[in-house]
Design a protein around this ligand. Structure first.
Ligand SMILES: Nc1ncnc2c1ncn2[C@@H]1O[C@H](COP(=O)(O)OP(=O)(O)OP(=O)(O)O)[C@@H](O)[C@H]1O
Ligand SMILES: [Zn+2]
Length: 695
């Protein structure tokens, strides 16, 4: 406990959520009559408020500074076991690595309601929790493993029981190869050792089946969930169950990586390539990378599972830093779907087709869907754009449905007759005539899922067609209901955005088609091909999972104007390693991750030039700081969508060949940026994004 005490009590360092712009990041000093151990949760005054803080470890020079009598007092200590040293180290690392304040980081890792509960309210919540030791026995039976699965489970068990050295594992498994079963059986071993298991998934609401499978195997009583879809009360309850060690399996999205898990023994990151593991606000931390760090520091195994690993992870496996476990066949030897590339350049332009839009379906694809219909099989059609049409256009005066607040078009939604901006949310009723010239014939240009659904209804009048996208799944429970309808066979053709491609274990789907993925191929972001390849492999993975009852092979169709593109050619062969190697070669010669390390400084301003000016001043300050160290400062550029909600967005990349060098310079740069801010009054926001995932 704390050395520094006098008659007024003990001095405690407490991590409190100081606002980021204050430039204060370290714990503040408070006074407590007799002291409490590090990790204790306390309520303390901060300015005029009272906030929740975490008692931090004392530093060596704690005997110096203000005597306790002169400090503000701790108001109350919550009656909870302290957060472990392991947790504090994780939070401290996260704050330092992602350049955030420690108190802010600690606060973001705690469930929000904890900050407002009185000790009495907390005591009542705790009483309602199941007492420790009353776990129901596991109920679900495990299937016999396939050969590849058995090898993978065995390798993980050896690490768990200490026979093999602990090392991160990449579980590279085809879609439908039974990765989840590997997680379940490795988890069973960890649970048998009395350890907790953390399972991270990209979007938990898209995979209710995964939660159900863990609950069925180990008993719902032992499973806790942590994700943003929960009510604050549910999140508090499950966080407490994890922290108190009552829950043995914690399943969650990226925020769960910072959960308090006193007995953590195994970490699983499912679909580790998914960009949603990287937070897009706050500290912008990568849950996958933190999961690996956390497991390594604890000396426990971590499994990263994917059919299309991120190139960072693949590179780590190639170089031997990670152990690779491969699942090379699908369950029950179900074959992977045949990939058909349809060359849209060769399709005759259809006379009379409005607005030069290409036909919805190539005739060959339409026939293939009709054949599925006749056999009672399902088809999934993927179109990565929601709404009816991405833009409205007046042929007379060339008015377009731009957003007045953003540099983007407003999307036409026919369902509620709105023109809606997908960036700022600005929405208006669709005009009956051109707002500029009064022409009553406004054209809808291009196609979104809503229009696709309408066009399919005309093309396939006998089919039961459903649509799944952010617009049809807004109401609570509607996603689950729609997925259940697909599983029950009440839908013949499911149309949707990438939501339909992820994770679902559909049993009757034998055809998947990507209708116009080319637009995802060309983007300023160097990760665009990696993302598209993963999306298409995932989508293909939804087809033919139950083998083929009819004897007809499952198929993945891609309509493209670029069928010769190496990405599509690798897809045709289901050849992830070849694709990854080609991408890594390109990354190496271009000096991009994983061979180089990046940080991105973003700034928003109210006027057109303010953000750019701030970034230029920031670069000058950074260059002066970094001196001889080998950093490369890219020029500041506008964000691909330069203006959103009347804010002009700019960004600037900093590149280094060593993580450590980048970290050192960033830590010195941050105070310089805070100091610059007052000279750039139009800048409303700025942030550093370490290891940015979207550029
Ligand atoms: N050894 C096994 N024997 C029989 N069935 C199995 C076995 N392993 C897994 N399965 C079943 O096979 C199906 C696919 O497995 P699972 O969902 O684990 O695959 P996956 O690799 O996680 O798939 P995806 O990455 O496509 O989501 C599931 O219905 C699962 O219950
Ligand atoms: Zn807008």
């Amino acid at each position: 406990m704390n050395e520094c005490s006098d008659s007024a009590g003990v001095r405690l360092r407490v991590a409190v959520p100081t606002p980021q712009h204050s430039g204060l990041g370290s714990p503040l000093d408070y006074r407590h009559p007799e002291g409490v151990p590090p990790g204790s949760l306390v309520r303390v005054p901060l300015g005029r408020r009272e906030v929740l803080g975490v008692v931090w470890d004392p530093t060596d020079d704690d005997t110096e500074g203000v005597p306790p009598a002169a400090l503000k007092p701790v108001q109350a200590a919550l009656n909870l076991p302290p957060l472990s040293e392991e947790w504090r180290r994780l939070v401290a690392f996260t704050a330092a690595y992602y350049q955030r304040g420690l108190g802010e980081m600690a606060a973001s890792a705690l469930p929000a309601p904890l900050a407002n509960l009185t000790p009495e309210q907390l005591a009542r919540r705790l009483k309602k929790l199941r007492p420790v030791g009353a776990a129901e026995p596991a109920s679900g039976l495990a299937p016999t493993l396939q050969a590849d699965q058995a090898v993978a489970v065995d390798a993980l068990k050896q690490q768990l029981v200490g026979v093999a050295p602990v090392k991160p594992s990449l579980l590279w498994g085809l879609t439908g190869s039974g990765k989840t079963e590997v997680y379940l059986q490795a988890a069973a071993t960890a649970l048998a050792q009395g350890r907790q298991v953390l399972v991270l998934v990209p979007e938990i609401n898209l995979t209710p089946q995964l939660v159900a499978r863990f609950a069925a195997r180990f008993g719902a009583e032992r499973v806790a969930c942590l994700h943003s879809g929960l009510t604050p009360a549910q999140r508090l309850r499950d966080w407490l169950r994890a922290h108190l060690g009552q829950a043995d399996v914690v399943l969650g999205t990226r925020l769960a990586v910072l959960a308090s898990l006193p007995r953590l023994g195994l970490v699983v990151v499912d679909e580790e390539h998914d960009p949603s593991f990287k937070a897009q606000d706050g500290a912008r931390q990568s849950a996958r990378d933190l999961a690996v760090w956390r497991a390594a520091r604890l000396g426990v195994p971590v499994v990263l599972g994917s059919a299309t690993p991120s190139l960072e992870t693949w590179h780590n496996a190639q170089s031997g830093r990670y152990q690779r476990l491969d699942l090379r066949s699908r369950i029950d030897a179900a074959p992977l779907p045949d990939v058909r590339l349809v060359d849209m350049k060769r399709l005759p332009a259809r006379a009379g087709e409005l607005n030069r839009a290409s036909p919805v379906l190539a005739p060959t694809l339409q026939h293939a869907i009709e054949a599925r219909l006749a056999r009672g099989e399902q088809s999934l059609l993927l179109l990565n754009r929601r709404g009816y049409a991405p833009v409205l256009h007046c042929g007379q005066c060339s008015w377009r449905s731009g957003c007045p607040h953003c540099s983007a078009w407003r999307v036409f939604h026919k369902g509620d007759r709105s023109l809606r901006c997908h960036h700022c949310g600005f929405s208006e009723r669709v005009p009956v005539a051109c707002p500029d010239c009064g022409n009553p014939d406004i054209d809808a240009i291009g196609r979104g899922t809503e229009r696709l659904e309408e066009q399919l209804q005309a093309l396939l009048p006998q089919a039961r067609i459903a649509r799944l996208d952010a617009d049809t799944t807004q109401r609570a429970g509607s996603l689950e209901a729609q997925l259940a309808a697909v599983h029950a066979g009440e839908v013949d053709v499911l149309v949707g955005t990438q939501m339909i491609a992820k994770g679902h274990d559909f049993r009757r789907v034998t055809l998947v088609a990507a209708l116009s993925p080319d637009n995802l191929l060309y983007s300023s972001d160097f990760r665009a091909p990696e993302r598209l390849f993963a999306l298409l492999i995932q989508a293909a993975g939804r087809a033919g999972r139950a083998g083929s009852a009819s004897g007809h092979p499952a198929e993945m169709w891609v309509q493209s104007h670029q069928v010769e593109h190496p990405l599509y050619q690798a897809l045709k062969r289901h050849d992830y390693p070849a694709f990854a190697q080609a991408q890594l070669d390109e990354r190496r010669s271009a000096g991009l991750p994983p061979f180089m390390h990046l940080a991105l400084l973003r700034a928003d301003s109210r006027d057109e030039t303010g953000a750019q000016a701030f970034l230029m001043a920031a670069a000058a300050a950074g260059r002066a700081l970094s001196g001889e160290s080998d950093l490369f400062w890219y020029p500041a550029v506008p964000h691909p969508v330069a203006k959103v909600a009347n804010q002009w967005r700019w960004q600037m990349l900093v590149e280094a060949s060593h993580r450590g060098v980048l970290q050192r310079v960033l830590a010195q740069w941050l105070p310089a940026l805070h100091a610059l801010r007052p000279q750039h009054r139009s800048v409303t926001r700025w942030a550093i994004d370490v290891d940015p995932q979207a550029i």
